[in-house]
Design a protein around this ligand. Structure first.
Ligand SMILES: [Zn+2]
Ligand SMILES: [Zn+2]
Length: 142
């Protein structure tokens, strides 16, 4: 908790219970939840917190780079407590999002440099596929 107080202080963020709740929840999961999922998960402990408040807290936390917003397409955003550069893969059947660990695409910045006039700062690489659970389910329904 002390740590979190410091983090927020460094970012000059007011330590509101909502922000703490959202931040802590994202640190506790690797599921890359949507705002709705976070809202539902926190409802028991924070019955007065609205979905709009969750969105606001998420926006603020993204702005100060304490969490990461992942655009998984079609206006669907997921949130990630891990702000270190890493890539994601999404299941096209059930929508789950997983981290891709052990491979780094930061060298893509270098590769792209020759093709654009930009100073390349970062990139987001998304992969799409069918997760293990869905593969199993597909086998069974055959
Ligand atoms: Zn799936
Ligand atoms: Zn992630």
């Amino acid at each position: 908790m002390d740590n979190l107080t410091n983090i927020f202080r460094n970012k000059k963020l007011k330590l509101t219970p909502q922000r703490i709740a959202v931040y802590k929840y994202l640190q506790s999961t690797k599921e890359h939840p949507s705002a709705e999922t976070i809202y539902k998960a926190l409802q028991a402990d924070y019955p007065t917190m609205s979905l709009a408040t969750v969105y606001k807290a998420l926006k603020t936390l993204v702005e100060v780079n304490l969490i990461q917003e992942i655009n998984v397409g079609e206006g669907n955003f997921r949130y990630d407590g891990n702000v270190h550069p890493h890539s994601h893969i999404q299941c096209i059947r059930c929508g789950r999002v997983d981290d891709i660990e052990g491979i780094c695409f930061t060298d893509l910045n270098d590769k792209v440099k020759d093709y654009v006039d930009y100073k390349v700062l970062s990139n987001q690489v998304y992969f799409y596929g069918i997760c293990k659970d869905c593969q199993e389910k597909m086998k069974k329904t055959k």
